[in-house]
Design a protein around this ligand. Structure first.
Ligand code: ADP
Length: 396
């Protein structure tokens, strides 16, 4: 069967009307980030925030219209409520293919005039209040493939096992991996079309763009779209009261990291690195970014530190051991602990069976729990200090 083309998809979407402007969806500038790959079609409908919830039927109609085209095997439309979206979309800001790659160091060069209103506030400006969420901890890394997401997953589950109420937000819009690591699939329910009821693993609510978009298809996201998608995942998901929301950031220092660092009241950031990467520029850039926007760095986790032979238990220090601790000290950040390079961690992580949950008695799970205790102690210190209250003097 012939493969569907982008222009066929656009033509199908032209048959639908935007109730707001009375124009068709394409003319109204609502259709953004179209990706057509092997019969799988994905796009974003950028709508006025005031209209957001009401447009769920339109989103569904758009999906159905595309799905009805010959050669289409799947269609996914995502609504992003976006102030000033229509003028920006009317030809001013071209979509850039960020691909699936992991260097999104493009900052805000997409900030065309209409999009400028979407820029994050400068440091010191007010951040979004997220009632019911006591603390937000970002898990970051200088580059991809160092085990940041695996660490974030196990950290969230270890904190939950510690008795805290924990949530997981996968902020990697370009390459979401939490659905796979947590062993979750399927679009979450949204009975009112506005709030999202997140999937849960061991009581931990998990939200990821990966529940809406197929993992192997790269979406095209412009800077402002990243921001609005992230803010909606934060605000519209029924997180419930949480002691701690863990945010799995994409690697590096791009739009998503800046949005989270500048618009969300982060309690702090945990930086994950492998021993051989710790001294490299990527990690230094990540540290510098958080410092620049006044996000406390809770500390550094060294992942894939020692190799424990699965047969004999012998520990091999493939990369110079202790380097991460020394480098952390050099950069004046706390060392939160280390996780071995271990086949069981890789297998469980890739099978969607996090080791902390499925093998809680293993030494690997214990290493994550140890790190979780350190992370929470550092977060609590920030929370206590963050009230900016002077010491209370009590007269006896
Ligand atoms: P990132 O989020 O930094 O891109 P991932 O968490 O996706 O990294 O991990 C990359 C790969 O490394 C995955 O296959 C994962 O299973 C594996 N991995 C992560 N941590 C470890 C570890 N400590 N030991 C062995 N494999 C690991």
């Amino acid at each position: 069967m012939a493969r569907v083309t982008e222009s066929e998809v656009m033509a199908a979407l032209r048959a639908l009307n935007d109730p707001g402007s009375g124009r068709d969806l394409v003319a109204a500038g609502l259709v953004q980030g179209l990706v057509v790959k092997d019969g799988n079609v994905q796009f974003v409908l950028e709508v006025d925030p005031a209209q957001g919830a009401k447009l769920e039927p339109l989103r569904q109609a758009a999906e159905q219209a595309v799905l009805a085209l010959p050669g289409v095997t799947s269609a996914t439309a995502i609504l992003t409520a976006h102030r000033g979206a229509a003028p920006a979309a009317r030809g001013a800001a071209p979509a850039h293919d960020h691909g699936h790659g992991h260097s999104h160091d493009h900052g805000h060069e997409h900030g065309k005039p209409a999009a400028a209103a979407q820029r994050p506030p400068l440091p010191g400006q007010p951040k979004a209040a997220l009632p019911g969420i006591r603390s937000i901890i970002a898990v970051a890394s200088g580059k991809g493939g160092v085990g940041k997401s695996t660490t974030a997953t196990n950290l969230a589950l270890a904190l939950q096992a510690q008795g805290l109420k924990v949530g997981m937000l996968d902020a990697d819009i370009y390459g979401p991996s939490q659905p796979r690591l947590m062993g979750l699939t399927g679009r979450p329910q949204s009975p009112d079309g506005k709030h999202i009821i997140p999937h849960k693993v061991a009581g931990v609510p998990v939200m990821s763009i990966g529940f809406l978009v197929a993992e192997d298809t790269a979406m095209i996201w412009r800077g402002p779209m990243v921001q609005s998608a992230l803010m909606q995942m934060l605000r519209d998901v029924e997180w419930g009261p949480l002691d701690c929301l863990i945010v799995d950031l994409p690697p590096g220092t791009g739009d998503a990291q800046l949005t989270m660092a500048q618009q969300v009241p982060l309690t702090g950031a945990v930086i994950v690195s492998t021993p051989q990467d710790i001294a490299l520029l990527d990690v230094k850039k990540s540290i510098a970014m958080f410092r620049k926007v006044d996000v406390p760095i809770l500390g550094l986790v060294e992942n894939m530190s020692v190799f424990v032979c699965p047969n004999c238990g012998h520990e091999s220090h493939i990369f110079s051991h202790g380097g991460a601790r020394a480098e952390a000290a050099k950069q004046d950040i706390a060392f939160l602990g280390e996780v071995p390079l271990d086949i069981k961690i890789r297998e469980t992580s890739d099978a969607g069976k996090p080791i902390v949950l499925h093998y809680p008695d293993s030494p690997q799970a214990e290493s994550y729990r140890r790190i979780a205790r350190q992370v929470w102690a550092a977060a609590e210190a920030q929370l206590a200090g963050g009230t900016r209250e002077g010491p209370k003097i009590t007269m006896q």
